[in-house]
Design a protein around this ligand. Structure first.
Ligand code: ATP
Length: 283
């Protein structure tokens, strides 16, 4: 087995009396896309920024691409890509100039035109940073994150402010990067984004990792009780919670003598599983 891309044991970080990260463990294998979910203030950004080498930790062991980010050399930094939570201010530089400038920091950057295409900003290549819309700036941030051809990409709430089409395009960009073998650690508040992109979802609550599983399995949701619902003869919607939905559907089919009006069978959604895992902590 190759060494994991990220390995964290017993990570702690406090700010004064606030315990932001309270003994967190996390392993991300090479090539995985992992989404971290958690309520505001759960410790996602603090954790991510410690992994990026931007914040110090009080305790715990951290290896990122085999190196402790607190003592990482420059050549380590060139192997990771980072999209921070706040939009960067690139003021007077044009989109192309910004990309070209950042490309200069890396030994084997992607061609600027390729990145422009990937982030869908070809038409804005010669526009100055300050004239871009919020979503366009965010796309440029993503472009700056991938220009160095990173082995590991950190994305902190990357699609905040994107319109639905831009989000879909971003998802497809992430799909391409994954297919190329890039390891991705992403924080997001959009559960559909986690479901669409991640091999594994981690839920952080009060500074600890409380679940780490495939989106489909999180919180045991695929094994959760199903809800069978249908429309009765009087037109009213009826539903039944059951561990044996097939039996319920068969009984309904027999009762209606064929098609069951308005039949639907559902399992707990990722949102249901997530809300259950964080208990009453959501703000
Ligand atoms: P969000 O979803 O809102 O981005 P988060 O999960 O990323 O939240 P963090 O930003 O890591 O959470 O914050 C965790 C806790 O640490 C919060 O209680 C926050 O107020 C506190 N905190 C974070 N940064 C600082 C700081 N620089 N100084 C003091 N407290 C901080």
């Amino acid at each position: 087995m190759p060494e994991p891309a990220i390995e964290v044991r017993g990570l702690r970080r406090t700010y004064g009396r606030t315990v932001a990260v309270a003994g967190l463990d996390l392993t991300v294998e090479r090539g995985q896309c992992v989404a971290l979910l958690g309520p505001n203030g759960a410790g996602k950004t603090t954790t991510t920024e410690i992994l990026e080498g931007y914040r110090h930790r009080d305790a715990g062991e951290v290896r990122v691409l085999g190196t402790d980010p607190a003592h990482a050399p420059r050549r380590w930094r060139a192997r990771i890509g980072i999209v921070l939570q706040q939009v960067s201010d690139l003021g007077e530089l044009t989109v192309r100039e910004s990309l070209r400038h950042f490309a200069g920091y890396y030994p084997d950057p992607r061609p600027v035109d390729e990145v422009l295409t990937r982030i869908g900003l070809e038409e804005k290549a010669d526009a100055r940073g300050r004239t871009l819309s919020g979503g366009q700036r965010r796309r440029l941030d993503v472009g700056l994150g991938i220009i160095g051809r990173p082995e590991l990409l950190f994305l902190d709430e990357p699609t905040t402010g994107f319109d639905p089409e831009a989000r879909r395009e971003f998802w497809s960009l992430i799909g391409t990067l994954r297919a190329e073998g890039t390891t991705i650690l992403l924080t997001t508040h959009y559960l559909d984004e986690a479901e669409a992109l991640a091999d594994v979802v981690g839920v952080i609550s009060r500074g600890r990792l409380v679940a780490l599983d495939a989106p489909h399995d999180l919180g045991g949701r695929h094994a959760g009780r199903a809800v069978v619902s249908w429309r009765d003869d009087d037109g009213a919607r009826r539903s039944e919670h059951t561990d044996t939905p097939t039996r319920v559907v068969a009984e309904l089919a027999a009762r209606f003598g064929g098609e069951v009006p308005g039949l639907a069978v559902s399992r707990p959604s990722l949102e249901d599983a997530y809300l259950e895992l964080i208990g009453g902590e959501a703000e």
